[in-house]
Design a protein around this ligand. Structure first.
Ligand code: AVI
Length: 325
């Protein structure tokens, strides 16, 4: 039999996604490509800004409810704690310290798209909380989820902090939750953070900081195309712009072309035309309330069994289990 390989003119998913997004109308780029080494560093800086309330809200919840959260994780045969999108582990360390102090039998399996971030986390835990049994795994959420079902010898606690789900449109968020649900057995649980709807101004301030860090984070997409795809974007010719729709709860980030211009992406053989004030949509950061979270859970085959929040309901961490058990 003759084997005909499928050919694509792109070498990487990044190349293909950039070509697709920038030849679309309206133009868009996928936010996952913000996170190279520089993007990771900028995101760390964002998490340390006072305007980006999400980190401190969630940290406050984890500190206030450490014992009850840790108790809900534990089981007779111990458990595997699988964290998707682990980042620098600043918030997780609060739980890990408690779990180790209580002598709970668990493995910590952080998953992140960035190997660099995982290496740093492993190094930090070795000195800060040496009792943690850690096994890192590099990869995207969707790829890792396929392997999740292999962990089935004891209880799985799947953890996603930082309202990372908010970067997915509802349809994709349901797919993501469905995949998690399919990998869960009766005893397993999902512990997930959701940023809540709140004063629109507070949300806008979090994504439009006066220090210019979020702007640099958003523009890292342009910087990456310049260095990896031999493009000639002038970052000063684009404006970072944030909107928040209080009805849908969607915060959206854009890069807006300040003038009519032509940008070359040599590696893709593309010449992209921008009208003055034309946009590139770069990210959504969805905000939630209990109704939306319950709807997402139901659509995915899950149910909310417990929730933890701060005194102002700024942010919530929910526990989900499979609906059919
Ligand atoms: C990672 N993610 C949940 C962040 C968010 O809030 O959407 C990314 C971010 N974008 C701008 N600031 C932070």
């Amino acid at each position: 039999m003759k084997f005909t390989p499928t050919t694509t003119k792109y070498e990487t998913a990044f190349e293909e996604d950039v070509a697709k997004g920038l030849t679309n109308f309206p133009k868009y780029l996928l936010s996952k490509y913000i996170y190279d080494e520089k993007g990771d560093k900028l995101f760390q800086q964002i998490m340390n800004m006072p305007e980006y309330y999400l980190t401190n809200c969630e940290l406050g919840i984890l500190k206030k409810h450490t014992a009850s959260i840790a108790d809900s994780f534990n089981s007779e045969k111990g458990f595997d704690l699988i964290e998707l999108g682990a980042g620098d582990g600043k918030k997780t360390k609060v739980l890990l310290k408690h779990l180790v102090a209580k002598n709970y039998d668990f493995n910590y399996l952080p998953v992140d798209i960035s190997q660099h971030v995982l290496d740093e986390l492993e190094e930090a835990l070795k000195t800060e909380i040496p009792g943690v049994k850690i096994k890192t795994q590099q990869g995207t959420y969707f790829k890792t989820l396929e392997k999740l079902a292999d962990y089935n010898s004891r209880k799985k606690v799947i953890m996603v902090l930082g309202s990372n789900i908010g970067n997915l449109l509802h349809e994709k968020a349901i797919d993501f939750l469905k995949n998690i649900c399919q990998a869960m057995s009766e005893e397993d649980m999902l512990f997930m953070g959701f940023d809540q709807k709140k004063s629109p101004q507070q949300i806008l301030d979090a994504y439009n900081d006066p220090h210019g860090i979020t702007e640099a984070f958003n523009k890292n997409l342009l910087v990456r195309m310049n260095s990896e795809l031999d493009a000639d974007f002038n970052t000063d010719d684009f404006k970072h712009w944030e909107t928040y729709n209080p009805e849908s709860g969607t915060a959206s980030s854009y890069l807006v072309s300040k003038k009519e211009q032509q940008v070359k992406i040599n590696k893709l053989g593309l010449n992209i035309h921008f009208d003055a004030w034309e946009t590139i949509h770069t990210e959504i950061s969805q905000k939630y309330d209990d109704h939306i979270v319950q709807w997402l859970a139901k659509e995915a085959g899950l149910k909310v069994t417990e929730e933890f929040s701060d005194s102002e309901n700024c942010y919530k961490n929910y526990i989900f289990r499979r609906k059919d058990f």
